[in-house]
Design a binder for this molecule. Structure first.
Ligand SMILES: O=C1C[C@@H](O)[C@H](O)[C@@H](O)C1=O
Ligand code: CO
Length: 303
């Protein structure tokens, strides 16, 4: 199974405080969030909207709990804004993460994205890029990847529902058009299955390029409802489309096997946004931790 010295287990703050819909979990504090993550047996997290941006303050709070920062989301606008604007913001983001000791930068193209639109149906309203936009995205990502490399970090691209890179075909095209030594892939199980892709096939094809993993499960009945009722991505989240591994319909065992058999190194990061008033984040973090321990033998993960 996994090499325990090379794989770390983390959890995203999005179950406590939701960046896409900040009213979800507005009552939860940063301290509660990271304390419960640590108590549930996780050694790292990504960065949420309540995390202090002062690196000294953030480091101290994390060190007290033996936690670290795995990465943080970055929205690129390579297809809709001048490259320089995205590059400048990327450098600030990269330097913050570098200072925090993270090794990967999560990037998702948000030009033409409908993921944040409350009324746009996620299954029908997605934008399809033309060749010129594909070139802008691929060339921009190669340049951002080189900026990440300057600091010994890796850019990991997050395919995502409602964005320009969602389907297997789009992931294939992105992987083919970008430099394999500059642009890597973030594998998010939930987004692939939600979109109707074969997540195991995608993982098997790109496992050598996968340098960050989001473990997200789905409730298929709710995803079907989103499709039939033509609901938006955000409405689906509120209805409970996502949950933690072990609580939904994805079988993670074969996914873990492919990662382990290919000597995956890096973070396995549980990421399950739901309404914290309905799904207690600490309870669900424990549920995820127990399931992962059963399936991977990753009992104690060193920070
Ligand atoms: O990695 C992610 C970050 C979130 O903001 C996003 O909407 C979520 O679905 C996700 O996978
Ligand atoms: Co994700």
């Amino acid at each position: 199974m996994f090499n325990k010295d090379k794989v770390k287990l983390g959890i995203a703050p999005i179950a406590w405080t939701n960046d896409d819909m900040p009213d979800l979990g507005k009552e939860n504090t940063f301290e509660q969030c990271i304390s419960e993550m640590a108590l549930a047996g996780f050694s790292g997290s990504e960065v949420g909207n309540k995390y202090p941006r002062d690196t000294k303050v953030l480091k101290k709070a994390l060190e007290l709990r033996n936690m670290e920062i795995a990465s943080a989301w970055f929205s690129s606008f390579l297809t809709t804004k001048p490259y320089e604007e995205t590059a400048q913001e990327f450098i600030e983001h990269r330097d913050f993460l570098h200072e925090m000791g993270a090794k990967v930068v999560v990037v998702s193209e948000q030009g033409h994205s409908i993921q944040g639109q409350m009324e746009t149906p996620v299954f029908d309203g997605k934008y399809i890029m033309n060749e010129e936009e594909w070139n802008m995205l691929a060339e921009g990502l190669n340049k951002l990847g080189a900026l990440a490399q300057e600091k010994g970090m890796k850019l990991v691209y997050h395919h995502h529902m409602g964005t320009v890179v969602q389907t297997t075909e789009e992931i294939d095209k992105l992987m083919a058009m970008t430099d394999e030594n500059l642009v890597y892939l973030l594998f998010d199980s939930g987004h692939l299955v939600y979109s109707g892709e074969n997540a195991l096939e995608v993982l098997t094809k790109y496992v050598d390029r996968v340098k960050h993993v989001h473990l997200k499960d789905i409730r298929s009945n709710i995803v079907n409802n989103v499709k039939e009722e033509k609901l938006s991505f955000l409405k689906g989240v509120r209805l409970g489309a996502f949950t933690v591994p072990g609580d939904g319909d994805i079988d993670f065992e074969p996914l873990f096997r492919v990662l382990a058999d290919n000597n995956y190194e890096g973070w396995l990061l549980v990421e399950a946004e739901q309404d914290p008033a309905i799904a207690n984040p600490f309870e669900y973090a424990l549920k995820a931790r127990k399931y992962i321990a059963q399936k991977t033998q990753l009992e104690k993960v060193e920070a």
